[in-house]
Structures are given as structure tokens and as C-alpha cells.
Design a protein around this ligand. Structure first.
Ligand SMILES: [Ca+2]
Ligand SMILES: [Ca+2]
Length: 89
């Protein structure tokens, strides 16, 4: 019985650690795994203000469009991830 309890605790702890370690997509305010343009711009603005840089909505929109490779208007996790390194240069 104690063994089972111990196992449950280990499993639960593992689950909690996994949730905490899961990367939240940049700007994903509602954590639905996708970043809308509004979320992206809000995040960009926050970063700019934090680092004392000038925020340009136009430039941020362009960045959004560049990242939105399938042009569905939202950034998915793989679109947000840095472009995979190509070894066949
Ligand atoms: Ca979202
Ligand atoms: Ca997209």
C-alpha cells in the first residue's frame, strides 16, 4: 500500500515538473498554444517597454507576418520556434 502511495507521489511530482517545464509560447497570454497577432503585439510592446526600446507596431506586425508561415493569422508553437538549423548549407 505504501509502495503504491509512493509511486503516486512520484508520478504526480513528475507531472507537475513537466507542466512547469513546458515552454509557454512567446506572448501566448491565454496559453492556448497559439499566438494571435494581438497577443504577439501586446507581448512585443511589453518587451520593448521593459528593455526601454521604442515599440513599432508596424514592425511588429511585419515580424508576425514573417513568422506566420502558413498565413492562418495565428502563430503555432512550431512557427514561434526558432527556424531549425539547416546542416545542408
Ligand atoms: Ca493564445
Ligand atoms: Ca500560422
Amino acid at each position: 500500500m505504501m509502495r503504491l502511495f509512493y509511486l503516486m507521489v512520484v508520478l504526480l511530482a513528475g507531472a507537475v515538473i513537466q507542466v512547469q517545464a513546458a515552454p509557454t509560447a512567446f506572448g501566448d497570454a491565454d496559453s492556448d498554444g497559439k499566438v494571435t497577432q494581438e497577443e504577439f503585439l501586446t507581448a512585443k510592446k511589453a518587451v520593448a517597454e521593459k528593455s526601454g526600446k521604442k515599440y513599432s507596431e508596424e514592425r511588429s506586425k511585419k515580424q508576425f507576418d514573417q513568422k506566420d508561415t502558413n498565413k492562418d493569422g495565428v502563430l503555432s508553437a512550431d512557427e514561434l520556434a526558432p527556424a531549425p538549423k539547416k546542416t545542408d548549407k
